[in-house]
Ligand binder design. Structure first.
Ligand SMILES: Cc1cc2nc3c(=O)[nH]c(=O)nc-3n(C[C@H](O)[C@H](O)[C@H](O)COP(=O)(O)OP(=O)(O)OC[C@H]3O[C@@H](n4cnc5c(N)ncnc54)[C@H](O)[C@@H]3O)c2cc1C
Length: 165
């Protein structure tokens, strides 16, 4: 079982399928996001096209491969290492023989009061960008956006400001 379907989870599945010539392993992939593995590094390219397909990693749906079962929108919430099971946000309990956590990372949000308020976003997923876009579209003309963090991603987000609507 693979938990997480980012670039690493997808590469892992492909590498395992390439090596498992006898087809011994049945692979279940549980993906928290609603979209199968995409090129997160190219996320800024989503702004303006709003076409998720352009970022899709090749072969990310494992079409025609009966040994891989991909479930999107399924977050693992507990792992029972004794019982060799995981439970998911959808209430499923699924058994495994080997478990690979390819769960990536999360953006660090400084503990600033108010950081959980409405219209306060992070910049990591396609859904994040859709949420920022929806907020921009709902704003009055002349509304001001603030980017906190002036690293590469912060600058990219600011650069795309004119493209959100
Ligand atoms: C806009 C942007 C630009 C970037 N540019 C660069 C760059 O130029 N160069 C570079 O080296 N890196 C860059 N990075 C970082 C790079 O994207 C990450 O290092 C890379 O995505 C890591 O891949 P991953 O598969 O390990 O994790 P992730 O891409 O984070 O994927 C992990 C997946 O697991 C899912 N997941 C997490 N927990 C669970 C759970 N409990 N159950 C089910 N699923 C779960 C997550 O939702 C996610 O879909 C960039 C990141 C962003 C956001």
């Amino acid at each position: 079982m693979v938990v997480g379907h980012g670039m690493v989870g997808h590469c892992f599945v492909e590498a395992l399928r390439d090596r498992d010539l006898d087809g011994r392993w049945h692979i279940t992939v549980l993906c928290e996001e609603p979209t199968p593995a995409y090129d997160r590094v190219a996320l800024p390219c989503y702004v303006g096209t709003w076409d998720r397909g352009t970022l899709a990693l090749t072969g990310n749906d494992y079409a025609g491969d009966d040994l891989v079962r991909l479930q999107v929108g399924e977050r693992v919430i507990t792992v029972d290492r004794d019982a060799h099971t995981v439970t998911t946000s959808q209430g499923q309990e699924i058994g495994y023989d080997a478990l690979v956590l390819a769960t990536g990372s999360y953006p660090f949000v400084p503990p600033i009061p108010g950081n959980d308020l409405d219209r306060c976003f992070v910049y990591r997923t396609l859904d994040d960008l859709d949420a920022i876009r929806a907020a921009a579209e709902a704003s009055e003309p002349g509304a001001v956006g603030i980017v906190v963090g002036g690293g590469l991603l912060g600058l990219e987000a600011a650069m795309h400001c004119g493209c959100w609507v």
